[in-house]
Design a protein around this ligand. Structure first.
Ligand SMILES: Cc1cc2nc3c(=O)[nH]c(=O)nc-3n(C[C@H](O)[C@H](O)[C@H](O)COP(=O)(O)OP(=O)(O)OC[C@H]3O[C@@H](n4cnc5c(N)ncnc54)[C@H](O)[C@@H]3O)c2cc1C
Length: 358
């Protein structure tokens, strides 16, 4: 698999993606391959290998809100077109207290901006479109059902042990971008721990299909009749899918709240509150509780942590996926400069402070 030109004897395993996500590593692979920013993506022919433990894309969305900055990154890696076709741009948020609107805000936007401040699109489409972009890059190899189970330093790189359906094998690498998610096995293999806060609030996240006549405006309902004392968020997504997030009361058991009949009952109450009385279908649901956790240093020798493996933030700031893309962008262009001999290795030291401070 080592390749056809001066750079292709270098491998960049990116532990990553698919069962439930993985945009960070895919974007990173494309960026390394293309040598990013300066604004003219120019391919420098650096081979990379993307390793994914799973065998499919996620079957239920997690992230839905993608920020303007991420669209600029998607543009730079040549992947923005399908996102623009599918995603719903939005600028407005409305907040309601006990059924009465108390706030309407507009995010900064102007005709000079190329992209809207925020877009809604399901995470499975994000993964699919990034996969399509990577599939068009001959020097980026993706290996599905390939789980990193070991990792050790060598004098000039890292040796990964990978398990796939045929058995396990060693894979030498110069550098590793570990985008293996919140539970990051690579983080554990390196003996590293996230530090920070866990919060007690729990939210059920449900995606519902319905023909509901309301613009793409984020609605926040505080202390609504359907959830006294709680918070409910409502977002429109493509294909008539609506995201309903509702907060659980302290006395509600998580297992009971996730029972399908109970989810249907709770969603029906929210829909009645927002004035939807027609048909609807429950597509997907899950439960979520917020954490603010991060590694002290996103770099450990030749391993760089990107996305949820490095940091976990509450979903309501819509920063998890957006931060992961920005991480990938930041480290990948630096790595490609260093590998190509256009920058000293010290450039890589700026990754962690820049991204931790963002
Ligand atoms: C309900 C919900 C709503 C959210 N909404 C938003 C939002 O609106 N906006 C936003 O920006 N973020 C949002 N997020 C956060 C966002 O989903 C995550 O931040 C993002 O998916 C993290 O991407 P990642 O690539 O770091 O990790 P993941 O998406 O978790 O991907 C990790 C991948 O690594 C693979 N893997 C794991 N171990 C190994 C191994 N040993 N070897 C090989 N591969 C491995 C896994 O199979 C997986 O595919 C939301 C999250 C949730 C739960």
């Amino acid at each position: 698999m080592a390749g056809q030109d001066a750079q292709t004897d270098r491998l960049f395993p990116l532990a990553q993606h698919a069962q439930r996500g993985g945009q960070g590593a895919i974007a990173g692979a494309i960026v390394v391959h293309q040598r990013q920013p300066p604004r003219q993506p120019r391919k420098v022919g650096i081979a990379s290998v993307l390793l994914e433990a799973g065998s499919t894309f996620g079957d239920g969305s997690r992230a839905i809100c993608v920020a303007r900055q991420s669209f600029h990154i998607l543009e730079r890696i040549g992947a923005v077109a399908p996102f623009l076709n599918k995603a719903l741009g939005w600028t407005t948020g409305r907040s309601f207290y006990r059924g009465h609107q108390i706030l309407e805000f507009e995010m900064p936007d102007s005709p000079r901006d190329k992209y809207r401040p925020m877009y809604n699109i399901q995470q499975q489409f994000i993964e699919q479109y990034l996969w399509d972009a990577i599939a068009a890059e001959p020097l980026i190899e993706t290996r599905w059902q390939s789980e990193v189970i070991g990792l050790s330093d060598t004098p000039d790189g890292v040796l990964l042990t990978v398990r796939d359906p045929a058995g396990s094998y060693d894979l030498p690498a110069d550098w590793v971008l570990a985008a293996d998610g919140a539970r990051s096995p690579i983080r554990k293999l390196r003996g590293l721990r996230l530090k920070g806060e866990n919060y007690e609030g729990r939210y059920v996240i449900a995606d519902v299909q319905m023909a509901h006549d309301y613009p793409t405006i984020r609605r926040a309902l505080f202390d609504p009749a359907c959830r006294p004392g709680g918070t409910v968020l409502v977002h429109k997504q493509p294909d008539d899918i609506w995201r309903i997030d509702y907060q659980l009361r302290d006395d509600e058991r998580t297992e009971d709240a996730l029972d399908e009949a109970e989810v249907r009952r709770s969603v029906a109450a929210v829909l009645a509150e927002i004035g939807h009385h027609g048909d609807w279908a429950l597509e997907w649901w899950s439960v979520y509780s917020a954490n603010t956790l991060a590694l002290d240093d996103y770099r450990d020798g030749r391993v760089f942590f990107i996305g949820d493996s490095a940091h976990i933030v509450p979903i309501f700031g819509v920063r998890g996926l957006n931060n992961g893309l920005a991480d990938a962008q930041n480290i990948a262009w630096k790595l490609s400069r260093v590998i190509a001999g256009h920058a000293p290795e010290g450039l890589l030291d700026s990754y962690s402070p820049e991204r931790r401070g963002s």
